[in-house]
Design a protein around this ligand. Structure first.
Ligand SMILES: [Zn+2]
Length: 202
């Protein structure tokens, strides 16, 4: 799987927290405000702490999330579907939020994971600078690599605030991306069943 971090670069070039705080002060000055005015004094520190949460995916790993599996002997033909997983990411072009839902289904091949793990897996990749296309693919790849299922499908539907609040200002626009592996790539009936299930209220 693609490793988004270059460990050497991380060791050598990662700025300190103080340097990051200075950088935020520079941005505040750049937009025309005064970082030393009382209301803004603690803002750079808050921004850095917020970034720690927004981009916590760089500190986490798909392997840690998917390494505890259960042997599934009852079911190996039907899909396991987790839908409406809240997705919060940031676009890599503008560092502006991407907000939406992820829907994940896989057909197990003996191994299954706890349902909550799939939701956590979404965060491993979402909490980084992303494109929606790569994010969708990385989630599917991780499930494929670690669970070796008979098929995986990931569908993400999301609004890009870089489109809705700036640039073309198209509110209400949503982007849908799909990644499929194995059975879901070739089996139209399975893919249709997935699409039907995610549309239903249940
Ligand atoms: Zn963008």
């Amino acid at each position: 799987m693609q490793n988004l971090q270059n460990p050497e670069l991380k060791e050598k070039a990662k700025p300190s927290k103080e340097e990051a705080i200075e950088a935020v002060k520079t941005l505040i000055s750049y937009i025309g405000d005064d970082p030393s005015r009382p209301a803004l004094i603690d803002t750079p520190k808050r921004v850095i702490n917020t970034y720690k949460d927004f981009f916590s995916g760089y500190e986490s790993d798909a392997a840690d999330v998917l390494n505890t599996t259960f042997e599934d002997i009852e079911n190996d033909d039907e899909m396991i579907l987790v839908k409406d997983i809240r997705l919060e990411s940031h676009c890599e072009h503008h560092m502006i939020p991407i907000i939406g839902e992820a829907h994940i289904a896989y057909i197990p091949n003996k191994k299954i994971v706890g349902i909550s793990k799939l939701a956590r897996l979404v965060d491993v990749f979402a909490k980084r600078l992303q494109s929606q296309e790569n994010l969708t693919q990385q989630i599917a790849d991780a499930i494929n690599d670690y669970l070796k299922p008979k098929g995986v499908i990931v569908l993400i539907s999301a609004a890009h605030q870089c489109m809705t609040t700036r640039g073309v200002h198209k509110t209400g626009t949503k982007t849908t991306t799909i990644a499929t592996k194995a059975l879901f790539k070739v089996d139209d009936a399975k893919r249709r069943e997935f699409l039907e299930l995610i549309k239903k209220e249940m």
